[in-house]
Design a protein around this ligand. Structure first.
Ligand SMILES: [Zn+2]
Length: 248
């Protein structure tokens, strides 16, 4: 075959070549794993996108996906000084977490409707986008789920692992409502295990740091230490209610 014909054939083949598949992660082609040969065997190696993939899957299961997806850092409207400050502090926290790999926790203290959950979810979304596995859990539902399986040891451990294993756990509305002595044990178990493993949390709460310390000094002091000063306190008062902002 002469060279001209060969070139023409090549050009034709290229023209009709199938579109290259588009993957979110070309490295593993969205499988979450890559395959390597080790000692003559093919082994699956978790890809750097796996944590993100699993977080998104969990979000999808939580029914909150759409609401979640809208609560980005960018969509947090900051027109008051304290809102701008809170938003900037959260952005700094995210940057430090990703660039310096600080493992610091973040706590957002404020009234209902102050926007703390929005900023917490926004933080989580940013971390997920950077392949940091995050799990969202409402504090009350964590306690309910743990209590339901208290008499079945294996089930209980499996439930507990949901809050202990994730790289980052977002506990929403921490210490909401009455706390029984049984609750106190579970709270300590989750917080202390994460503390010992150096696993960060995002916490939103209506309590102040002082109130958390008064509730339980062991729990409170661990949380304070984990935050490494990433404590955002929203000013109290109805005028700061983020949800009512457009109504008043
Ligand atoms: Zn991948």
């Amino acid at each position: 075959m002469d060279a001209v014909l060969l070139d023409r054939l090549k050009a034709t083949l290229e023209k009709h070549a199938p579109e290259p598949a588009k993957y979110d992660c070309p490295k593993c082609e969205d499988r979450g794993y890559t395959f390597e040969i080790k000692d003559g065997y093919e082994v699956a190696v978790p890809c750097s996108c796996l944590e993100k993939r699993q977080s998104i899957e969990k979000l999808a299961l939580s029914n909150l996906t759409e609401v979640f997806r809208q609560k980005t850092i960018n969509s947090f409207k900051a027109d008051k000084e304290w809102q701008i400050k809170a938003k900037n502090e959260v952005i700094r926290y995210i940057n430090d977490f990703l660039k310096k790999e600080t493992n610091a926790s973040l706590i957002l203290c404020g009234n209902p409707g102050s926007g703390k959950t929005h900023l917490g979810i926004g933080t989580m979304l940013e971390l997920i986008n950077n392949n940091v596995g995050c799990v969202y859990k409402e504090y009350i539902s964590m306690l309910t789920n743990l209590k339901q399986v208290i008499n079945e040891e294996e089930e209980f451990i499996r439930e507990l692992e949901k809050y202990i294993n994730p790289r980052v756990l977002f506990l929403d509305d921490f210490l909401k409502g009455e706390v029984t002595s049984a609750d106190r044990k579970y709270i300590y178990k989750v917080i202390n295990t994460r503390y010992l493993k150096g696993k960060p949390m995002i916490i939103s709460t209506e309590k102040s740091i002082k109130e958390i310390l008064m509730f339980d000094e062991a729990v409170g002091s661990r949380i304070v230490e984990m935050t490494q000063n990433n404590i955002i306190t929203f000013p109290r008062g109805i005028e700061n209610n983020y949800r009512l902002r457009n109504i008043i």
